[in-house]
Design a protein around this ligand. Structure first.
Ligand code: CA
Length: 342
């Protein structure tokens, strides 16, 4: 069976009905023990009166938990009678990865976020990406894709966005990120971005922010708090629920600090396979030339560790955890105060 976009994924959601609806994206998954087996990915649509459509996605990477928790809770509690517009919520987009606590989907061993806009005849992740791009994104005005660092990285609690060329879109995206109210917002000039959910969202002219709200494969207490508050703040900012966004920060400042990662000078890459000893945690200020960490070679204790230094001054956005590292991996990303178009 296929639908009008040629997808094999079935979803019986009535996108225009008022109230709260709970359904699934039913993805075919033929197995030895179930030839007609399917994977059921929960999707919740809450619709009130007239207003925009937001898409809240979590669990695009299964080992990033804050968004899965925050969106599940919002999906249970958002009252359609107090909502203007429509919220489409998918708490765990790559459900098999979420259930396995993994970044990659255990069915096809792929990163869902590297296969947009997908392929209706492709693997599990390719089918899923194609359905989201072709059947869901055309309904959407604003997208918030909630990520964190996964097992390998930890992030300063932040939203992020691309430095889009259209000035009016850039301005509205900065305003959206400001309303979300994370401690930091990172504007970046992306690397490895052509096949992400965000890239599909942007190609369709949809306002888009992502988040990085923790990592190291655990649930960040503060990350969950910022995620929940941020999603509610976005609804307030768009006039979909009553109230004004609460953007007060723990350090006493009133709002998000806007940052940027403009080029690869902010990245520290791993020069050799080994064991990485970091010297800072995410959110700490660092200086250009300062020691970022050392790569150790425990299989040969006589070999001197390689010392790595930061190529830029700023605040540590992403920090790789202490552990095995491989040549070419990004071990740290430094962000600077935003100095681009406003
Ligand atoms: Ca991620």
């Amino acid at each position: 069976m296929t639908n009008k976009i040629g997808s094999r994924i079935i979803c019986d959601m009535d996108w225009d009905r008022l109230g709260r609806q709970v359904s699934v994206l039913r993805v075919p998954q033929s197995r030895d023990d179930a030839g007609w087996g399917t994977v059921e990915i929960p999707i919740i649509v809450t619709k009130g009166g007239k207003g925009p459509t937001v898409l809240f996605t979590g669990g695009v990477h299964g080992d990033e938990y804050e968004g899965q928790i925050a969106i599940s809770r919002l999906a249970r509690t958002l009252d359609p009678k107090k909502l203007k517009g429509r919220a489409i919520m998918i708490p765990a987009v790559d459900l098999p990865a979420a259930l396995a606590g993994r970044r990659l989907c255990p069915i096809d061993n792929r990163d869902l976020n590297r296969f947009f806009p997908g392929d209706p005849k492709g693997s599990f992740c390719q089918m899923l990406a194609h359905f989201i791009d072709g059947a869901i994104l055309p309904l959407v005005d604003v997208s918030v894709d909630v990520h964190s660092g996964g097992h390998s990285m930890d992030s300063a609690l932040s939203t992020n966005m691309h430095a889009v060329a259209d000035k009016s879109v850039l301005k509205r995206t900065l305003a959206l990120a400001t309303a979300f109210g994370a401690p930091f917002n990172v504007v970046f000039w992306g690397v490895d971005e052509g096949a992400t959910l965000t890239s599909s969202v942007e190609r369709r002219g949809i306002l888009s922010i992502g988040t990085e709200l923790g990592g190291y494969g655990r649930v960040s207490v503060e990350g969950v708090r910022i995620a929940e508050r941020g999603l509610r703040n976005v609804l307030k900012h768009l006039g979909m629920v009553a109230g004004t966004p609460d953007t007060g920060q723990r350090d006493g400042s009133a709002a998000t600090r806007h940052m940027m990662v403009r080029d690869t000078a902010g990245y520290v890459f791993c020069p050799a396979d080994g064991l990485f000893e970091p010297r800072h945690v995410s959110g700490q200020p660092v200086r250009q030339g300062e020691i970022a960490g050392q790569v150790h070679f425990v299989e040969d204790f006589t070999r001197k560790p390689v010392t790595l230094r930061y190529g830029a001054s700023g605040t540590l956005w992403m920090a790789m955890g202490p552990g095995r590292c491989h040549k070419g991996d990004a071990l740290a990303v430094v962000m600077k105060d935003y100095a681009g178009e406003k």
